[in-house]
Design a protein around this ligand. Structure first.
Ligand code: DLL
Length: 431
């Protein structure tokens, strides 16, 4: 085993469960003592911290969802004095309703450790050159993999996203060996490398791709084009960022870092905890976080958990690739988009919320079209006036979402309604 791999990744189930219980008891007390929401919710559910003695008591705790975090924006869930916070990150999307996650130095160290495990599982070590082109800034992708790469001791290239020419040039000149980005950007880079005839000049051996859904077919295509092994990585801002789980050489699902994040699968309709192997919504409880200790957080991500023995030797539970979501959130080019955000922009721009979002994937890149019905008054506008309204909407949507859709104003009542209800989202992507 690689020396960066902590033995906990291969610990016995009993040992892991014991560690989880110990950490859960501590975290529940910490959350109850320091977060008003937990005190109120747990009191309502008639659960005291002392009632949680082990992992078996986890289902006694109330669930937490994104709206609870949004309602408590910005500091409602902060569980340590502000002077102990060294960093924030934030989810993409809703202006004014973003979720802000807080980290103490110890939280950052744990996060780095989780991402380091992902890099090690992808074959990374001290001699590697880790090329990070996830976005840096509020998005967790860049900072997370950057921290993990430092921890492993690899040379880290903090490239951020965009500027394909420069990405390829650095990749060739500095000898990048592990590429970290969204799978769609990896596919895009692969095409560009082939088109420019640079395939023989790159030294990549592995890729760590996540933040959005990708198929096995897409994996094989990227692997063939870049001549690498491509590993999936999963995470979400609320729970820390990338590295909540990661794939190993077996490539049959992602090991959850369950010494830090306890996973449950629930029925999204009833909230009932489901047995291992059932398909349902993934729920996480943080076991070692100080600043933002979320408990029973409903991710809305649908998957299956498995404890089948893994050939890599890790005993950490595995989650399957995501099989969808239990809410209406779309992930477009790695950015989380809710239809309600588009509705809010239309209303702000004086348009009725009659629209349709059409998402497709062309050559592994998401296309994002928004069709908006004009008002009857606008219908008599000149072509130039319509074009001006369209570009006004593009900028308003860009500043709300962080990505630009193509906006087309269409004639009134031209968007199909089924049973009087408009279909808001047409997602033509196969995954
Ligand atoms: O996407 C964190 C991340 C960055 C993960 C880089 C992996 C790599 P958020 O922006 O908060 O955080 O979005 C979280 O993205 O609930 C899933 O729906 C989706 N997601 C994340 N990883 C994957 C993946 C980051 N490997 C939301 N496959 C999550 C499918 C993923 N969907």
């Amino acid at each position: 085993m690689n020396r960066y791999q902590p033995e906990i990744e291969c610990a016995s189930e009993d040992r892991l469960r014991g560690l989880q219980s110990e950490r859960l008891v501590r975290t529940v007390k910490h959350a109850y003592d320091n977060v008003a929401f937990y005190r109120r919710k747990m009191d309502e559910h008639k659960v005291k911290p002392a009632d949680v003695k082990s992992m078996d008591d986890l289902p006694k705790l109330p669930f937490l969802c994104k709206d609870d975090l949004r309602d408590a924006y910005p500091y409602g869930f902060l569980a340590v004095p502000r002077s102990e916070v060294v960093r924030i990150q934030s989810t993409s999307g809703t202006t004014g309703k973003r979720v802000v996650a807080f980290y103490t130095q110890q939280d950052i160290d744990v996060w780095d450790e989780c991402c380091a495990r992902a890099i090690v599982a992808a074959g990374g070590g001290k001699d590697d050159v880790v090329h990070v082109c996830y976005g840096y800034g509020l998005f967790t992708g860049g900072p997370g993999l950057n921290g993990g790469s430092h921890k492993v001791g690899s040379m880290t290239l903090p490239m951020s996203s965009g500027n394909t020419e420069r990405q390829i040039q650095f990749m060739c000149d500095l000898g990048s060996t592990i590429l970290c980005c969204t799978p769609s950007y990896a596919a895009f880079l692969a095409e560009a490398i082939l088109e420019q005839g640079m395939a023989d000049r790159i030294s990549l051996k592995a890729g760590i791709f996540g933040a959005e859904a990708w198929s096995e077919e897409m994996r094989r295509d990227i692997e063939d084009k870049l001549r690498i092994k491509a590993y999936d990585i999963y995470g979400l801002t609320e729970i820390s960022g990338p590295g909540v789980s990661f794939e190993c050489s077996e490539q049959t699902g992602m090991h959850i870092n369950e010494d830090h994040f306890a996973a449950e699968i629930i029925d999204p309709a009833t909230g009932e905890t489901l047995p291992l192997g059932s398909k349902g919504e993934l729920v996480f409880s943080c076991l070692s976080k100080a600043a933002f200790p979320l408990l029973r957080y409903r991710t809305r991500d649908i998957c299956v958990l498995s404890r089948k023995a893994c050939s890599c030797g890790r005993t950490l539970v595995k989650m399957s690739k995501l099989m969808g979501r239990s809410d209406d959130m779309l992930i477009i080019r790695g950015v989380n988009v809710f239809p309600s955000q588009i509705e809010a922009v239309l209303l702000k721009c004086g348009l009725p919320p009659n629209y349709q979002i059409i998402v497709d994937r062309v050559k592994y890149t998401d296309t994002f079209d928004v069709q908006v019905e004009m008002t009857p008054e606008m219908f008599s506008d000149t072509v130039r006036q319509v074009a001006a309204r369209e570009s006004e909407l593009v900028s308003a949507l860009r500043s709300m979402l962080g990505i630009s859709p193509k906006v087309t104003l269409v004639t009134p009542r031209s968007i199909a309604r089924s049973e009087g209800k408009a279909v808001r989202v047409v997602d033509k992507r196969t995954i």
